[in-house]
Each structure stands twice: as C-alpha cells, then as structure tokens.
Design a protein around this ligand. Sequence first.
Ligand SMILES: [Zn+2]
Length: 360
Amino acid sequence: MQPVLKDHVTLLDASSNAAKLFCSHRRKVFTYEIDEAGKRAIESANGKLDLAGILTSVGVPRLSIEEVNAFFEKLIEDGLFHDAALDSKIEFEPNYKTRLERQLIYLSGLAPQGQRGHDLQAKLRESRVLIIGAGGGGSHLAVQLAGIGIGRLILVDHDLVELGNLGRQIFYANYIGKLKVEALKEIVRSISPETQVATRPERLMRSAPWLGEYLPKVDLVLNCADQPSMDETTRWLFEACYPLKLPLIPGGGYNGHFTSLPPTLLPGRSTCWPCYEHDAARKRAVRIETLNLSQIKSGIFLPATIAMAALQMPEIVRVLTGYEPPRFLNCRGEFDLNTCSLELETVAPTPGCGTCEGTA
Ligand SMILES: [Zn+2]
C-alpha cells in the first residue's frame, strides 16, 4: 500500500493528539485521535512511500506494520486517502490534463473506493457518444461533453445553421448557412482538440439504415431529435437500442422557464420507453407532454436550454463512468427556472410488460 490524500481532501492540522482533514466534496471536517507517530505517518504518506517506507520516516516512536496498515485502511475506508499502488498507469496528453485539472479534483471526490479521479476521467476519455439532433439540446450537450473531455462524438443532423437558431443554440453568426454538425464539430474541436468527432448530415427516420453502422460502436445514445416529435424519435431509437442493450437518454424539452428532464433508458435496468408513453397517456400529463411537442410555438429562453443540458450532464457521467447508479432510471422530472424547483415523477416498470420484464 502507498497511501496518499485524495485530491479533494486537505490536511488542515496534524498535532500530536488529533488530525483534522477537510473533505470538500462532503463539506465535512474529519477528526482522528492520533499520537506523535500517527502525526508523522500521516505527514509522510505521499503516495510514493509504501508502509515500510512510512515506518522508516516515522522513526521513534515507532508503529508496527499492522498498526500503520490499520490506520491507513481506516482513512481509505472513510474516503479521505487513496492507495496509489492501485493507480492505473493512464497518462493523459499534457494539454488535456492541464485543461481538466480542476475537474480531476472534482472527480476524485466522486470516485468509489479504490479509484481516483483519473480513473473516472479515463472512462470519459474512452467514451463514445452518439448525439442525434444538433439543435437546442444537442448543441449544448456536445459543447459540455467536449468541455469534460469526452473521447469521441458522433453528431447527426441534416439542418443548416440559421439566424433564428442563435438565440438558443450554440452557434455563431459566421456559421449561418453551414451544416450544424460541421459547425458544431469546429466548436467541439476548438474546445477539446483530443475529442474525435464524426459527422453525419442525416435526418432521423424510423429504421434508418445508417443507425446500424453507429450503434454497435458507441457507449451511449443521446436523442435530441424533435422531428416529428421527441416522443416518436425516442420510440424509434429505443427499438434500435434495446436489442443491443445500449443506454439511451432522450433529450429534454423546454418551454419558457420550464425544462423537462427525461428518463434514462437502460435495457433490463429501467422502465422501458413504451411504458413511459403509456403512463403519460394514462395520467394525461399535459404539462410534460406539451413540452415535448415541438409543433407548438412556445417561448424559448436560452437559459432553459443551457439548464436542461447542465442537469442532464451528471446523469450522462453516471452512465458512462458508473461511479454510482443513474438517477433517472425510473423517473423523469421538470425543473422550473423561476422557482428553482425540481419535481420528479416516478414511473415504475409496468407489471406484465414484456420489455420491462426482469427489470430490478
Ligand atoms: Zn415496459
């Protein structure tokens, strides 16, 4: 074992009777009773010394190897220290690492026991995400995914950038008339040159033959295509993703200061999309359904589109890295920017549904 403080933990004080460590992720100070040997041990644990090396640096008074092992096992169990001997040998490109320096600290606070922020980042670096629709939802998600250092994006959209898009989508005036996927590729690459980007200027249709080319090569599908409607395109994509056990997250909707947060669809682990549609029809969930009907001319406020993507991003990171189970497995939500309130609605798998069958 080569113990070292986790990146998001600060040693506030180590006297000969107590060590105080602040965990920024939990906003909590942890206090441990220690003696002079414990103080020296904690100060010398730099991730390079093993337990024997720490014992040597402790000097007199000495600890036994069992005592020092038990001491650091406890600190690791509490999520404050990490065993650097278990670190993967992954090295990121220097610019990538510098750009994501603060995110690595954040991720180290999320990493389960035995992993570091680097391990979660490595999963993001290797992840491949297919985004269908590069408008209000897709453009913001693509930019945020570039910002967190995603490995590969495949962007699908047949539309051109128009002047009327600039008020709610991430495009600039010099892109007007250009394919949205090509404009977005330039923006993504200018944020994250390490992110590979493929583009496909297509409109999503049911059983689109080109889907079969991409689905087996990605880890997650984000559906941001709202023509003819978000519900319908999600139905088509669920049919294609389900046999491949491929995670699918539909785009949200936005209407004025409301944003709807979609469920995460994990085949075999979540309520299926047809059950969400049946549930919505049964409850006549007018407000949420209205948000998803793109045909309705509704007021759109740029912050609502940004908030929607921002609220979806932690779920996307959960699905891609697995640091904890997805939050929206059997529920969907609605966020109100005016009141800053979030309403969640649980939709359990329907008894007797052949698709949901076996879902935990
Ligand atoms: Zn079902």
